[in-house]
Design a protein around this ligand. Structure first.
Ligand SMILES: [Zn+2]
Length: 331
């Protein structure tokens, strides 16, 4: 029971987006050779988590798992005891436009590559660019997934997209595909805490737990680390207060935060050439490391940090225990 835990729970994940996937979404030439920074960044992330004694979830892109050059870095994540999640095969942020059939093929291809590289078959999925549809959830549930973590309930998605597109080299078709990148304004009205999606009419009792990336309760502004780093590039002193305020609102509203990290949180201006269009990339590695340590250190002091698989199981256990037991007549 959750009563046995000394602190409220939180969960943490890494979206292991690679250099090529940013270039591809942004329309930069050269992504087709799949340039990778995984061998540089994965050891940094693993060391960081080991220092804090944390086991979390890594969402891995199938295409990366399929390339021999990334095998060592990806195997190290599994060897360190972290959960491996599925972050699609091609990292197309328009998965919600796929047919059910095409989405299933995409998921399957990713599962196979990821299991080959890490020895783990994922039970959790996060769509690139927070893309989600009824069809995607249905396929995941059918394939035995425990949870999906593809929603970011914020109002600022359209702003983030405008920022991203300002420097992008994309034609009209490509822009149309990326139309829902970072979500719609109405996403801000989506639930900010885990919930169960049940599919009527499917064989068996098909359902899946959705674990949203937590945004600030009530205000629905992001406060995951990449967003903090963007703020830090404007005002380093305000950043930690902002984060603490968000966590205080979570406590106040009984929201269990589920936050995420990205490789770029661990790569500074001197590491990642060609990604300078990305918010927060003006900071050095050292400055970023300070913000990341302070934020995750604060989260860890206030919460018991779980991987997403455990967060989903904990949610299912407590959600079910709050449903009243049916009363059976004695006669
Ligand atoms: Zn991604």
């Amino acid at each position: 029971m959750s009563a046995s835990r000394s602190k409220p729970i939180a969960s943490l994940s890494v979206d292991l987006d690679n250099q090529w996937s940013y270039m591809k979404t942004h329309g930069d030439p050269g992504w087709e050779t799949f340039p990778s920074y995984l061998d540089m960044v994965v050891p940094r992330i693993l060391r960081f988590l080991e220092d804090l004694d944390l086991k979390i979830t890594f969402f891995i892109v199938g295409q990366d798992a399929a390339l021999p050059k990334n095998r060592e870095a990806l195997a190290a994540i599994a060897a360190a005891g972290h959960e491996i999640g599925n972050h699609s095969f091609h990292h197309n942020p328009w998965l919600h436009l796929y047919t059910e059939h095409d989405f299933e093929a995409e998921i399957k291809q990713a599962e196979q590559a990821i299991e080959m590289a890490t020895g783990q078959r994922p039970v959790g999925f996060r769509g690139p660019g927070y893309s989600l549809s009824d069809a995607t959830l249905r396929v995941l549930s059918r394939r035995g997934y425990l949870y999906d973590a593809s929603t970011l309930p914020t109002f600022i998605g359209p702003l983030a997209r405008a920022y991203y597109f300002r420097t992008a080299r994309l034609n009209a078709d490509e822009r149309l595909q990326r139309k829902a990148l970072f979500g719609k304004f109405s996403d801000g009205f989506r639930p900010n805490r885990p919930f169960q999606v049940v599919f009527d009419g499917e064989p068996g009792a098909a359902s899946i737990t959705e674990i949203p990336v937590t945004t600030m309760p009530m205000l629905r502004i992001p406060f995951h680390v990449s967003y903090l780093l963007y703020l830090a590039s404007i005002s380093p002193r305000l950043t930690l207060s902002y984060f603490k305020f968000a966590l205080a609102l979570c406590r106040l509203t009984g929201t269990q935060p589920s936050l995420l990290l990205h490789p770029l949180d661990f790569l500074g201006s001197e590491d990642a050439e060609g990604l300078s269009f990305f918010p927060g990339m003006a900071l050095t590695t050292e400055k970023k490391a300070a913000v990341v340590s302070q934020a995750i250190g604060t989260l860890r002091r206030q919460h018991e940090i779980l991987e997403l698989r455990q967060h989903a199981l904990e949610f299912q256990r407590t959600a079910i225990s709050t449903i009243a037991q049916p009363e059976f007549g004695s006669g």
